[in-house]
Design a protein around this ligand. Structure first.
Ligand code: MG
Length: 381
């Protein structure tokens, strides 16, 4: 039965990420790219398309909790399944979690984080029993073995994911071939009529760390945002700067922990993502944010920007404070800010200066901070 005739049934997306990721030293699905695991980016277009009714994230047992958090951040109905030792075992584990109402399934590699909504939509619109995105090959193909040979590339295709199959067909193919690595290949071997749709060059399968650098080059533009904040200082208050509490006779007045530098950075990030300012998301009168840890709020701002399609790649801060000195704490401050945003410490620059005794800040009555944040679009669409 063609998938097209099952349109009254639900559609599920199975994102398969239970591999060990030997070349990364950790499960590839949870390698971080732009502050989120590859699994998040790979599943995101499916989460955003209304025709996809549910997601199934198939991961290693040790990654279950992290996968539930990804599912929560994606805001889509779905489940987490524990994969097996082979790809086929993982697909079968994912299928086992599906309710009977699901009639067709899109299987996608968690290692393809740059899949576009357009590609998913193209696959969904096709009506074949097995739909495969594929690309032509323009390079010459040689077989580099003892019997070196040129392969005729005419009619040879590179096949990507997501691959859409009738649910019962997919279950039957994997039940009969428990060692199989490729859903489309199984269908062809079983004599199923396969329909190809246009794949995308950007739908790269991440195999080595260099592939992530390549993805960075081919995806998205840059945005810059700036932020400023100032707080009064007075006796018997805490002084928190970039998430680090400093020993000081005077501390900052504010509703939260009054971390002016952290607040300037939050506004810079929100500005670059064209989102409202921190007063909108964390109103000063809101009791939920009384004495709030601004590092936690910064992490939330990072997530808001990512949801809007932007990831922080760099931040540069200047703190204006008469005393105490910032420099002995700079490394720790970098770690705190970078940790909240899922970045390396080297992506955060913190500079400090005094006001040379000039004006109220020079008199020790205040702290001011400026921040410039650079964000990269995770994709152009
Ligand atoms: Mg503030």
């Amino acid at each position: 039965m063609a998938t097209g005739s099952k349109r009254n049934l639900e559609t599920a997306a199975l994102i398969v990420g239970a591999g060990s990721g030997e070349r990364f030293g950790r499960a590839k699905a949870f390698v971080s790219w732009r502050g989120e695991p590859l699994l998040f980016w790979a599943a995101r277009p499916f989460a955003r398309i209304a025709q996809i009714d549910r997601l199934v994230l198939v991961v290693r047992e040790a990654d279950q909790e992290a996968a539930y958090q990804v599912l929560h951040r994606l805001g889509k109905r779905g489940s987490v399944a524990v994969g097996g030792a082979t790809r086929s075992a993982s697909v079968r584990a994912g299928l086992a979690t599906l309710p009977r109402a699901v009639g067709r399934v899109l299987v996608h590699d968690a290692a393809r984080p740059n899949v576009s909504e357009q590609l998913v939509a193209r696959v969904l619109e096709a009506t074949g029993e097995c739909v495969l995105p594929a690309l032509q090959i323009h390079d010459a193909l040689h077989r580099a073995q003892a019997q070196a040979a040129v392969i005729d590339r005419n009619g040879v295709l590179r096949v990507q994911t997501p691959q859409m199959l009738d649910r019962d067909l997919l279950a039957r193919l994997h039940a009969e071939n428990p060692e199989a690595a490729d859903d489309g290949g199984l269908a062809i071997a079983a004599g199923v009529q396969v329909q190809y749709v246009a794949g995308e060059e950007g739908n790269v399968k991440v195999t080595t760390p260099q592939d992530l650098a390549w993805l960075d080059r081919i995806t998205g533009g840059l945005r810059v945002g700036q932020g400023f904040d100032i707080h009064r200082l007075e006796a018997n208050r805490r002084l928190v700067v970039c998430g680090v509490e400093l020993e000081s006779e005077r501390g900052a007045i504010g509703h939260s922990d009054a971390d002016a530098a952290c607040h300037a950075l939050m506004d810079a990030i929100l500005g670059a993502a064209s989102l409202p300012d921190i007063g909108y998301y964390f109103p000063p009168g809101d009791p939920r944010f009384a004495n709030a840890d601004s590092i936690g709020l910064l992490a939330e701002v990072g997530r808001l920007a990512r949801t809007a399609g932007w990831s922080v790649v760099h931040a540069d801060l200047t703190v204006l404070l008469e005393a105490p000195k910032i420099s002995p704490h700079r490394d720790e401050m970098q770690e705190r800010l970078a940790g909240a945003l899922g970045l390396d410490a080297a992506a955060i620059s913190i500079k400090a200066t005094t006001a040379e005794g000039l004006g109220p800040i020079g008199a020790g009555d205040g702290i001011a901070a400026w921040a410039v944040a650079t964000l990269r679009a995770w994709s152009e669409d």
